[in-house]
Design a protein around this ligand. Structure first.
Ligand code: CLF
Ligand code: SF4
Length: 290
């Protein structure tokens, strides 16, 4: 049985547990992605913090030693999350990892993050893997708006571009959120706020994902890069306005730290990723889709 939202509010840093100093480790086991967000330039490196960015890809079985070591260094870790560097449902590696963690570390909360393209058809596997909390990144619920944020999807081996691809993505995200939340998994939705594209659309997203069963909503500011490098990042007032609009429909999480796919520690307080994953010094601040 998945942890309840009430439990997660006490013990999961991204659902309210930050107040209790709860930590998390991200296991970078998922190598590939199946959609093409225009703001994401995915690469494996040591110097940037954003989704998709990680120093090393782990094999599912390697995560046991990593988690053991992380718990020794940082006993505050309550959650094992998989948030990249690619999509967790584009391969089987995240679900395999969660099965291993469930056996070896039964008290650790299992947290997964996905773009949701495969969530509808893989919902049963997500439920059977014992996931406690699931984050789905939903940047629009209108295919025209989504197509300005995403170039294409790769769906059942086929590349589908523009509005047509966006339509499939949104349908699968909402249907998938519905299935997993009905099974008792707590769902958080992340939206990357791009002022020129989806700022006026936040209320519709918040409403649609709440109706589908999501419990909590997290707005992540755009870091202008890749194909959206010439757009502007939202300022604090714009982020705040978007959060206020969303909060009419759904609980809003306001303490996101934009973690990398291999972050370790208590978000915003401690970071042990360098020790666990032997990273070099990180110099650039960016965002995540955790
Ligand atoms: Fe990681 Fe994401 Fe799970 Fe948290 S992060 S997979 S839900 S354990 Fe948290 Fe980091 Fe913000 Fe994500 S602070 S980027 S919301
Ligand atoms: Fe894939 Fe996430 Fe990058 Fe989008 S932001 S292309 S879902 S890794």
């Amino acid at each position: 049985m998945a942890n309840t939202y009430e439990n997660l509010q006490m013990s999961h840093p991204c659902f309210g547990g930050h107040k209790n100093n709860a930590g998390r480790i991200h296991l970078p086991v998922s190598p590939r992605c199946n959609i093409a967000c225009k703001f994401c330039d995915r690469s494996i490196n040591d110097v940037e913090e954003r989704p998709g960015v990680t120093s090393k890809i782990l094999a599912p079985e390697e995560s046991v030693e990593v988690l053991k070591k992380a718990l020794e260094i940082c006993p505050d870790i309550r959650v094992a999350g998989i948030a990249g560097p690619g999509d967790t449902l584009a391969t089987d590696r995240a679900l395999e990892t969660f099965k291993i963690i469930g056996e070896k570390f039964p008290s650790i909360i299992k947290c997964m993050s996905t773009n949701g393209l495969m969530l509808n058809e893989r919902a049963d596997e997500v439920i059977n893997a014992g996931i406690d909390s699931l984050t789905v990144t939903v940047n629009a619920v209108d295919p025209e708006i989504e197509s300005r944020l995403n170039d294409y999807i790769i769906y059942h081996g086929e590349k589908i571009e523009g509005v047509e691809g966006a339509e499939i993505l949104i349908e699968n995200q909402l249907a998938g959120i519905k299935k997993v939340s009905e099974a008792g998994i707590t769902v958080k939705v992340n939206t990357v706020l791009v002022p020129e594209i989806n700022a006026d659309h936040i209320e519709e997203i918040a409403k649609a994902v709440k109706e589908a069963g999501a419990k909590i909503y997290n707005i992540i500011p755009l870091i202008p890069q890749h194909k959206l490098k010439d757009l502007k990042a939202p300022c604090c007032a714009e982020i705040d306005e978007a959060r206020t609009k969303a909060s009419k429909y759904i609980d809003v999480f306001r303490h996101c730290q934009h973690c990398r796919a291999d972050a370790v520690g208590v978000p915003g307080k401690s970071e042990f990723g360098d020790q666990i994953y032997q990273r070099r010094t990180r110099i650039k601040e960016t965002f995540s889709h955790g």
